[in-house]
Design a protein around this ligand. Structure first.
Ligand code: BES
Ligand code: MN
Ligand code: ZN
Length: 501
């Protein structure tokens, strides 16, 4: 989708569809007031009749308003004026975009960022509009004939700003949104693909393709033989239960100086998690194709970064494997030796994410990272603890914690901090190995993070458990592309691209 910026007299601007906000009790937003005046009070007359009262998410479509150049005017309810915050703004945007997308107008002009929602600046309000639009318009159609797809989907969205002085800021918001949306789309599509197509090797090929497309990206794929030479006994043990060979995907983005220490993003790329010998129950097992969403987010963030061409060094690392119950699969009680040399007793083969991640995390030491952030659909326990709104953040590094939480708040792709105290470490004690791969029922998301902490002693590190946020279940089943936006926000900030916004 394309985004542009428009300024000037709203009534004079030509567009197939102009989107305006209305608050409860028939209060018009300032842009709606402009149109009301230009049309000789048509909007206020209509609202008086009671056709739309401003309730959040309700819409009313009008044609051929006198004195207005737009072919259609779409009024969107924004709720109570005093409660107009980011979440109400996004709800109104989503309702409007979904309708315009079905309409067949192809193009629209959106004036919902005036007035600004509470505590939101102009830059983020405009960027949110573009991102919400891209999110609503996204469709997965790689493996089906998408009959319900709109014939003329929304292809171009213009965002209206009142003052010429805001155009430069708006252009920046649009450029950043475009990159974030491209990254999010990629993450969604990789994640939505089924496990029989999106295999570890498929992911590796996608990485190579990204490397072809962006000259700034250098891709290195480690195969089974190389991993075995290195001694990645934990990662390889998971892959042994499957006929698909594992891959360790490494993507280097070198935008900074040669000696700038890199930020390293590590994403769990478990392309299907049946649980292994500790087999999962059948219900909703299909959703375990999403167990590679951490990896998909790394792909997405790398793509956004390449689009933006920022001046810093970032490395994306994706350990990719399946977890299936084969004759050669891990068995409960098996002991493997990780790349770090530490031995692990596998008490539950379904706690496989930490096994592939621990070797990838040890591998990262060679990059002498500035910091490492890993992303993983790691535990059901995290979903129990936090639900489906924030990612779970685990780190002992205060500065990194605040940086990630702040990037989450400002981008609206939020994380919430959980404890990562050593008090929990003894839950991982094993009589037969340096550690067990599970820590019992209590604090399951925390003991999983504690396990990873044992492999990240040599650099600053944070872990995001994204099991609750990476996809939606039920009728709207599909990947969300989160937290590509959080990661891109953090990268934009590190690159100094958000000064004076
Ligand atoms: N991929 C799952 C975690 C998961 C479960 C994500 C449900 C989203 C929804 C992970 O590999 C797993 O199976 N974890 C186990 C760990 C347990 C065996 C200690 C879990 O959460 O049940
Ligand atoms: Mn599992
Ligand atoms: Zn898993």
């Amino acid at each position: 989708m394309d985004f542009t910026l428009k300024t000037g007299d709203l009534a004079k601007l030509k567009t197939p569809c102009l989107v305006l906000g209305v608050f409860e009790k028939h209060k018009l937003s300032p842009p709606a007031e402009q149109i009301d005046k230009a049309s000789g009070g048509r909007l206020s007359a209509l609202l008086k009749k009671g056709d739309l009262n401003g309730e959040a998410g309700r819409t009313l479509l009008l044609y051929e308003l006198p004195g207005v150049n737009a072919e259609r005017v779409l009024l969107v309810g924004c709720g109570k004026k005093k409660d107009y915050n980011r979440s109400a703004y996004r709800k109104a945007l989503a309702a409007a975009i979904s309708l315009v997308n079905q309409l067949g107008a192809g193009e629209a002009l959106c004036a919902l960022a005036e007035p600004l929602p509470a505590r939101l600046d102009r830059y983020h309000a405009l960027r949110d509009a573009a991102l919400t639009a891209a999110d609503r318009v996204y469709r997965y159609d790689l493996t089906k004939d998408d009959k319900q797809a709109p014939k003329h989907p929304l292809k171009r969205l213009a965002l209206w700003v009142e003052r010429k002085g805001e155009v430069e800021l708006g252009e920046r918001a649009i450029a950043h949104a475009q990159a974030m949306a491209a990254g999010t789309d990629l993450a969604k599509t990789l994640a939505n693909l089924p496990g029989n197509i999106c295999t570890p090797n498929y992911l590796a090929e996608q990485a190579l393709e990204l490397g072809q497309r962006y000259k700034t990206l250098e891709v290195d794929i480690l195969d089974e033989a190389r991993m075995s030479e290195l001694g990645m006994g934990a990662l390889l043990s998971v892959a042994r239960g499957s006929r698909q060979p594992p891959r360790l995907i490494v993507m280097h983005y070198r935008g900074g100086k040669a000696d700038d220490k890199p930020l390293v993003l590590v994403g769990k790329g478990l392309t299907f998690d049946a649980g292994g010998i500790s087999l999962k129950p059948a219900a909703e097992m299909d959703e375990m194709k999403y167990d590679m969403c951490g990896g998909a987010s790394v792909f997405g963030a790398m793509r956004a970064l390449c689009e933006l061409g920022l001046k810093l060094n970032v490395i994306g690392v994706v350990p990719a494997s399946e977890n299936l119950p084969d004759g050669a699969a891990n068995k409960p009680g098996d002991i493997v030796t990780s790349l770090s040399g530490q031995t692990i007793e596998i008490l539950n083969t379904d706690a496989e994410g930490r096994l592939i991640l621990c070797d990838a995390l040890t591998y990262c030491e060679r990059f002498e990272p500035e910091s490492v952030i890993d992303l993983a659909t790691l535990t059901g326990a995290c979903v129990v603890a936090l639900g489906k709104h924030p990612a779970g953040l685990f780190t002992q590094d205060e500065a990194l914690a605040h940086e990630i939480l702040a990037a989450g708040e400002t981008s609206g792709d939020r994380a919430w901090r959980m404890p990562l105290w050593d008090d929990y470490q003894n839950q991982l004690d094993s009589n037969f190995a340096d550690m067990a791969n599970i820590g019992g029922r209590d604090g399951g998301a925390i003991t999983a993070a504690c396990f990873l902490a044992r492999f990240t002693k040599h650099y600053r590190w944070a872990h995001l458990d994204i099991a609750g946020i990476a996809w939606n279940s039920g009728k709207e089943k599909g990947a969300t592309g989160r937290p590509v936006i959080l990661l891109t926000q953090l990268i934009l900030e590190r690159a100094g691209a958000l000064k004076n916004v």
